[in-house]
Design a binder for this molecule. Structure first.
Ligand code: ADP
Ligand code: MG
Length: 869
C-alpha cells in the first residue's frame, strides 16, 4: 500500500493527498499534520515507516466538502485519490491480497472550484496565469464557475496593478520565471515551463475550443497565447481530463480602463478592506457599502466595474444614462429589481453543468432564470423611452424559448440536486417513463396488499413487509411467531434470523418486488438519459446563455446603483473635456455610512480643481478630516467613471486616465520592505507615471522618516507634481512649512480643515476652508485623546520654548527662501560624469584588446566611476 501511496503522492506534488479508504479520505505524514492542525481534528498514527510511527488523520467522505472548503480557505490545495475499481474487481484481477487500484481523479484548488458550497456567490473566483515572451507580459484570467475568460497584455511595470484588479485566488507562474514582487495573488503555483510555450499553447487552445484557428476570437500576441495556454493546461491537469467551461477569451483592453495600481487599490479599499482586523472583507469597502444588487451575478459585475472604471466617455455616458433612467422611475426600478431578485444564478449553474458536476437542480435554475429573462424582455420592450444601452442589450435576453419550454415540460418544479434517486422528470414528458412509474406504483400497491393477505392467512398481526438494501423486499415477523412460517408448506422461505425478528421471502412477494425494482431501475435510466440530453441542449447554447446572464447582471448593477443613489441623495456627474474636478457637497460614502450608524452627520465639502488651480495643499489638525476629504474625491472619480452617480450635490470632472493614492508610512509591512521604503517606491511610481490627465492624492507623504528628511522630500515631491506631472492633485500634510510653496507654485493653492478651541476643548469641524491652517493643534488633539493633563501641561511648556527658538532662527524652513527653483535643479540634473563613463565604455572594442589592455581599461572605468561618486 505504501508503494501505491508514494506514487500517488508523487503525482500530487505539493497538494495534500486525500487517499480514499472505504468511507474515509485518509491523509498521511506531513499532509496529516497540516490538515489536522488546520481542521482541528485528531492526529493518529498507523504502522511505521523508517522506524517512525506514520502520522494519519481522516475525514468522512460524505462530509468531505466542508473540510475541503476549510483547507482551501487556509491556502492548501488537495489531490483526491479515489478507488478506481471495486474490491471485487481487484480480487478478480490480482487475487485475494490485491490492493484496490487508486488514482488521482481531481485536484481541488482555490482557483478551480465550481462547487456551490465552496464558492462565495457574490464574488468572482479567478484563476490567473502570467506569461512572459520576449518583452511581452500577459495575464490570462478565468472564472471557471461562470466561464468568463479574459486576457490582457501589460507592460512589466503594470503587472502588479493588473493582478490587483483581478485579485486571483490562484496565480500560475512558469517554473523558470523570475520571482515577481506580487502582492495581489493569494496563492502562487509554479508550473512546468513547457506549459508556457506559445507554440504548444496555440495548439492546446485550438483543441480546447474546438477551432481550427484562434483568429476568430481576435489577434493575440505570443505572450497572451502562452498565458491562456498555461491556464488551460492547468485546468486539464487539475480536472485530469474532465471538461471545463470557458467562454472564448475576451481581450481586456487596458487602454479603455482607468489605471489603478495595487497600492492605490489598497488605500482606497474599492472592493475589499485592506487594513485592520477585517482586512480582505467586502464589508467596509466601497463595494460593501453601496452594493444593492439583488443577484449574485450582479454583485460580481459591480465588483468588476468598481475595480476597473472606464476611460471612454461614450461608454461611461451609456451607463450613466441607464442609471439615470432607472433613478428617475422608482416604480419601474422596483419592478425590475423584484423580477431580477427571483432569478437563480444561472451563470454558475451553467458552469457546473459544463464541468460535468451539474444536476437536475442546475437545469431547473437555467429554466427559471432564462424564463424570467424572457418575461423581463417582454416587459421592457413595451417601454417607449428605453435608455440606449438597455435597448442595445435587450436582444441578448432572447432566443432561449425552445430550451426553456423543453426544460419546463421535462422537469418538476423543484428537482433534487443529485440525480441518483431519479424523480426529477415531470409526469407527462415521456410516456414510456410514465408507464414504468405506473408499473412500479402498481407493484408497490400489490406488495402492500400482500402484507394484508399474509396477516390474514397467518393470523400474525405484527407481520410486516419491509425493504432494505441487502435483502430487498422481505417478510418480517417477531421471533416468537417464526415457527409458523418455517413450516415447509407455509409458502415462505427463510432468509435471515436476527435477535428479535426473523425474515422470509415468498414467491408472490419476489415476483412483485422484481417488477418494482426492474421498473425502478429502468425509470432511473430513462431519467438519466433525459438529463443527459437536456444538459447537452443547454451546453450547446452556453455562449448565448452566458451572454444573457451578462445582460441580466448589467441591468441589476444599473438598478442597484440607481437605487442607492436615490436613497442617499447622490447626483449624476457631468463629464467635461478639460482636466477639472469640481464637486460641491462631496461626501465619503463609507465614512458617512459609519457615522450614520452612530447618529452622526457627515460634513460635506467642496473641491474645485482646474488647470489653473490643480494642486491643493491641505493642512489642519490631526483627525480634522484631511484623509477623508482626499479619499472621498478619489472615490467620486472611481464611481463616476464606473458609470454611476456620485455622493455629492453636483459634480463635474474631466476624465481621469490614471488614479493614484498614497498614504505616508502606512502600517503595511506585508511586502517585507520598510514602510518608508514602500512609501518612497510608491511615490516614485507616481512621479514616473502621472500625466496631466491623472488624479493623485498624496496623504502625509514624508511622514515615515525624520522631520527634516520628510519635509525635504514632501517639498520636492509637491514641486515635481506641480512642475513635471501637472496632474490634478490633493496633498494633505502636517508639514506646515510646505504652505510656503504657494509663493512660488502658481497652480497650487492652500486649504485647511477647520478646527476651533472652545473653552479649552478642541472642536473639529471637518469643514474645508481656504488658506493655511493657523496652527497645528497637536496638543489639543493630545488632550482630546486623553493624554494626562500633567503631560499636556509639560508639553505646553516645551512648545513655548521651541516656538521662542523658532522665532529667533526662522524655524524648520529657515533658509529655504534662497532655494533655487525646482526647474533649475531639474535642468542641472543630467550627470556629466556618468556620460564620461558611458563614452569610455562605448569606446572599448573587446575583440581588439590584449588581456593586459583589457585590465587597464577596467581600471579606467573604475576610476571614472569613483570620480562620479
Ligand atoms: P485626518 O486625516 O485629518 O487626521 P481623518 O480624515 O482621518 O482626519 O478623519 C478623522 C475622523 O474624523 C474620521 O474617522 C471621521 O470619523 C471624522 N470625519 C472626517 N471627515 C469628516 C466629515 N467630513 N464629516 C464628519 N466627520 C468626519
Ligand atoms: Mg489622515
Amino acid at each position: 500500500m505504501m508503494a501505491q501511496y508514494w506514487s500517488l503522492k508523487d503525482k500530487a506534488g505539493e497538494c495534500l493527498l486525500f487517499y480514499r479508504m472505504g468511507d474515509f479520505f485518509e491523509l498521511f505524514f506531513d499532509d496529516a499534520k497540516a490538515a489536522a492542525s488546520t481542521l482541528d481534528i485528531a492526529l493518529t498514527s498507523r504502522g511505521e515507516h523508517d522506524g517512525q510511527p506514520v502520522a494519519m488523520c481522516g475525514v468522512p467522505v460524505h462530509a468531505a466538502e466542508s473540510y475541503l472548503a476549510r483547507l482551501i480557505r487556509a491556502g492548501h490545495r488537495v489531490a483526491i485519490a479515489e478507488q478506481i475499481e471495486t474490491p471485487a474487481e481487484a480480487k478478480a484481477r490480482g487475487g485475494s491480497k490485491a490492493l484496490v487500484a487508486r488514482d488521482i481523479v481531481r485536484f481541488v484548488t482555490a482557483g478551480t472550484l465550481t462547487e456551490e458550497s465552496l464558492l462565495e456567490g457574490r464574488s468572482a473566483n479567478r484563476l490567473a496565469a502570467l506569461a512572459q515572451v520576449g518583452d511581452e507580459v500577459a495575464i490570462a484570467a478565468a472564472d471557471i464557475s461562470t466561464g468568463r475568460f479574459e486576457v490582457v497584455a501589460v507592460p512589466a511595470a503594470a503587472v502588479d496593478a493588473e493582478l490587483a484588479r483581478l485579485a486571483p485566488s490562484e496565480l500560475l507562474l512558469s517554473e523558470s520565471a523570475e520571482e515577481l514582487p506580487i502582492s495581489s495573488a493569494r496563492q502562487i503555483v509554479r508550473r512546468p515551463s513547457s506549459d508556457f510555450s506559445s507554440t504548444s499553447a496555440q495548439k492546446r487552445l485550438e483543441t480546447f475550443f474546438g477551432v481550427q484557428t484562434l483568429d476568430g476570437f481576435g489577434q493575440f500576441g505570443r505572450g497572451e497565447i502562452a498565458a491562456m495556454g498555461a491556464l488551460v493546461a492547468y485546468l486539464d491537469h487539475v480536472g485530469t481530463g474532465g471538461p471545463t467551461f470557458l467562454q472564448p477569451p475576451l481581450r481586456h483592453l487596458a487602454s479603455g480602463r482607468m489605471a489603478i495600481d495595487a497600492a492605490t487599490r489598497e488605500s482606497l479599499e474599492l472592493v475589499r478592506t485592506m487594513i485592520g482586523a477585517g482586512a480582505g472583507a467586502r464589508e467596509g469597502s466601497l463595494l460593501g457599502t453601496i452594493d444593492r444588487t439583488v443577484t449574485a451575478a450582479g454583485a460580481r459585475l459591480l465588483a468588476d466595474d468598481l475595480a476597473s472604471p472606464l476611460t471612454d466617455k461614450g461608454a461611461i455616458l451609456d451607463r450613466l444614462d441607464l442609471v439615470d433612467g432607472l433613478a428617475r422611475d422608482a416604480l419601474w426600478r422596483g419592478e425590475l429589481r423584484a423580477a431580477l431578485r427571483a432569478l437563480p444564478d444561472a451563470a454558475r449553474a451553467l458552469g457546473r453543468l459544463v464541468a460535468g458536476r451539474g444536476g437536475p437542480r442546475d437545469l431547473a435554475q437555467l429554466r427559471d432564470a432564462l424564463g424570467g429573462a424572457r418575461l423581463l424582455r417582454e416587459h421592457l420592450a413595451r417601454r417607449a423611452d428605453l435608455p440606449p444601452l438597455l435597448a442595445h442589450l435587450l436582444p441578448g435576453l432572447d432566443g432561449h424559448g425552445a430550451l426553456v419550454d423543453e426544460l419546463a415540460r421535462a422537469l418538476i418544479e423543484t428537482p433534487p440536486v443529485d440525480a441518483a434517486q431519479g424523480g426529477y422528470v415531470a409526469e407527462g414528458y415521456d410516456h414510456a417513463l410514465d408507464a414504468l412509474r405506473e408499473t412500479a406504483r402498481d407493484g408497490r400497491k400489490a406488495i402492500a396488499s400482500l402484507e394484508a393477505q399474509y396477516r390474514d392467512r397467518t393470523g400474525i398481526a405484527s407481520l410486516k413487509i419491509r425493504h432494505n438494501g441487502v435483502l430487498g423486499y422481505h417478510v418480517e415477523v417477531p421471533a416468537k411467531h417464526a415457527d409458523a412460517l418455517m413450516a415447509p408448506e407455509s409458502g415462505f422461505t427463510h432468509r435471515q434470523t436476527l435477535a428479535g425478528v426473523v425474515r422470509f421471502n415468498s414467491s408472490d412477494l419476489h415476483e412483485a418486488a422484481s417488477r418494482v425494482t426492474q421498473a425502478g431501475v429502468h425509470a432511473i435510466a430513462a431519467e438519466a438519459a433525459h438529463l443527459e440530453a437536456l444538459t447537452d441542449a443547454a451546453i450547446g447554447r452556453r455562449a448565448e446563455i452566458a451572454a444573457s446572464c451578462d445582460v441580466l447582471a448589467r441591468i441589476d448593477v444599473a438598478a442597484a446603483l440607481a437605487d442607492h443613489a436615490m436613497s442617499h441623495n447622490w447626483c449624476r456627474p457631468d463629464l467635461a473635456d478639460e482636466p477639472c474636478l469640481e464637486v460641491t457637497g462631496g461626501r465619503h460614502p463609507v465614512v458617512e455610512a459609519a457615522l450614520a450608524k452612530s447618529g452622526e452627520r457627515f460634513v460635506p465639502n467642496d473641491v474645485s480643481l482646474s488647470e489653473a488651480d490643480r494642486l491643493w495643499l491641505v493642512t489642519g489638525p490631526n483627525m480634522g478630516g484631511k484623509s477623508t476629504f482626499l479619499r472621498q474625491n478619489a472615490l467620486i472619480v472611481v464611481l463616476a467613471q464606473a458609470g454611476g452617480f456620485v455622493p455629492a450635490a453636483t459634480a463635474k470632472l474631466g476624465l481621469v486616465d490614471r488614479l493614484f493614492s498614497r498614504v505616508g508610512a502606512s502600517d503595511n509591512l506585508a511586502r517585507g520592505r520598510s514602510t518608508f521604503m514602500v512609501e518612497m517606491v510608491e511615490t516614485a511610481a507616481i512621479l514616473a507615471q502621472a500625466t496631466p490627465q491623472s488624479f493623485v492624492i498624496l496623504d502625509e507623504v514624508g511622514r515615515g522618516t525624520s522631520t527634516y528628511d520628510g519635509l525635504a522630500l514632501a517639498w520636492s515631491v509637491v514641486e515635481a507634481v506641480h512642475e513635471v506631472n501637472k496632474c490634478r492633485c490633493l496633498f494633505a500634510t502636517h508639514y506646515h512649512e510646505l504652505t510656503r510653496l504657494a509663493e512660488t507654485l502658481d497652480a497650487l493653492s492652500l486649504h485647511h480643515v477647520r478646527a476651533r478651541e472652545w473653552q479649552g476643548d478642541l472642536v473639529l469641524l471637518h469643514e474645508l476652508a481656504e488658506g493655511p491652517a493657523d496652527r497645528s493643534y497637536g496638543l489639543a488633539v493630545a488632550r482630546l485623546a486623553g493624554v494626562p493633563a500633567g503631560v499636556v501641561k509639560r508639553a505646553e511648556a516645551v512648545l513655548a520654548k521651541l516656538e521662542a527658538g523658532r522665532e529667533k532662527t526662522g524655524g524648520l524652513a529657515a533658509g529655504l527662501d534662497d532655494l533655487p527653483l525646482f526647474a533649475a535643479t531639474l535642468a542641472a540634473a543630467p550627470e556629466a560624469a556618468k556620460d564620461a563613463l558611458r563614452e569610455a565604455l562605448g569606446a572599448i572594442d573587446p575583440d581588439a584588446l590584449a588581456p593586459r589592455e583589457a585590465l587597464d581599461a577596467l581600471y579606467t572605468l573604475k576610476h571614472l566611476l569613483a570620480d562620479e561618486a
